[in-house]
Design a protein around this ligand. Structure first.
Ligand code: NAP
Length: 312
């Protein structure tokens, strides 16, 4: 099996050993090696954003015999509409990724819940500020996919009142899930802490606009490790300035890296983290890739196949 590593060269050292260990029967080649081999000879492509390194558009057309393009990222918005990508596209579902997202969201939800920022080291004894118990705090998670489910269930296990929202409204044990656009207002109205874990698609872009932000309870926190496009940046600043929202923790942005002059960097109501909520970890993800490569070679159903029409 011959596989092309369509990712930045900087990722090679982290990924190649794990991928080769998980799939010893594979011959793995990277960009520089392409001159040595006709793209038509590759059986599969492993892709990560940042390829090609010259900033040009990713061109999958020469890989005419590739049976799968396996993304190393969970979000595939950068290539799902690429017209040269005619091969089946699979996204990343990795236990390490989910664990990282659970840790990130749990940490920031607890900061919001416990009001950790309220107890300044300024000599003031604020013993009137007592946080409620988790059971008295409502958290809503938009997106009940691989990551939203894991986050919602972990928060539920910590005692929070968790509600969820997805396109289908598919039930998730331990979470009160609602589905479809009509249910969103209700979910938002009950969310003292909102976690957005939706993909970037035509349907989710600007979902959290001024009107929807206004539906959150006064003082609510917004934690967005999903995608920057889910939120209307100006509307968010407006909701923070008016005091309607308590705080926003943002990991993802319309432009990344977030430009130094962007108001999010200097706004006291915003915490910026640099798209580090959850990394795909080679140690756990290489086995997921190997499984799908073998499935592709054996003509078996692929796992985590992207629905090109829905965009995720
Ligand atoms: P997933 O398994 O594909 O789940 C997506 C969820 O969003 C599903 O529950 C889906 O509903 C729901 N959804 C999609 N479109 C919707 C719409 N228009 N209205 C309501 N619900 C909608 O994705 P995942 O693995 O959980 O990942 C979610 C996102 O997290 C990724 O797309 C990526 O953008 C982001 N992410 C961020 C980081 C980071 O480091 N910040 C890391 C990894 C991933 P159904 O269940 O009904 O299909």
């Amino acid at each position: 099996m011959k596989v092309f590593f369509a990712a930045r060269d900087a990722l090679w050292d982290a990924w190649a050993p794990s991928l080769r260990a998980a799939c010893p029967e594979m011959t793995l080649a990277r960009s520089g090696d392409l001159a040595a081999g006709d793209p038509a000879t590759f059986d599969a492509v492993i892709y990560a954003p940042g390829w090609p390194e010259d900033g040009g558009a990713a061109d999958f057309a020469p890989f005419v015999n590739a049976r799968v393009v396996q993304s190393l990222w969970a979000g595939v918005e950068r290539i799902v509409g690429n017209s040269t990508l005619t091969q089946p596209l699979c996204r990343m579902v990795d236990p390490g990724l989910a664990r990282g997202m659970v840790d990130y969201c749990t940490g920031w939800v607890l900061r919001a819940h416990l009001g950790m920022d309220a107890y300044a080291q300024d000599g003031v004894w604020r013993n009137d500020l007592v946080p409620p118990l988790a059971a008295e705090r409502s958290v809503a998670v938009l997106g009940m996919g691989e990551l939203g489910r894991a986050v919602g269930q972990a928060l539920g296990a910590s005692g929070f009142r968790v509600s969820g929202w997805s396109a289908s409204g598919r039930p998730v044990p331990g979470i009160a899930v609602q589905g479809g656009a009509a249910a969103l207002d209700d979910v938002l109205a009950g969310a003292e802490i909102l976690v957005t874990l939706l993909p970037d698609t035509a349907d989710t872009r600007d979902l959290m606009d001024a009107q929807r932000l206004a539906m959150l309870p006064r003082g609510a926190w917004l934690i967005n490790p999903g995608r920057g496009t889910l939120i209307d940046d100006r509307a968010l600043i407006g909701a923070l300035e008016s005091g309607h929202l308590g705080h926003a923790v943002l990991d993802v942005f319309r432009t990344e890296p977030l430009p130094p002059a962007h108001p999010f960097w200097s706004h006291p109501g915003v915490t910026v983290t640099p798209h580090i909520a959850a990394e795909t970890r080679p140690a756990t993800a290489a086995a997921v890739v190997a499984d799908n490569l073998r499935r592709a070679m054996a003509g078996q159903p692929l796992r985590y196949l992207v629905d090109r029409a829905r965009g995720y």
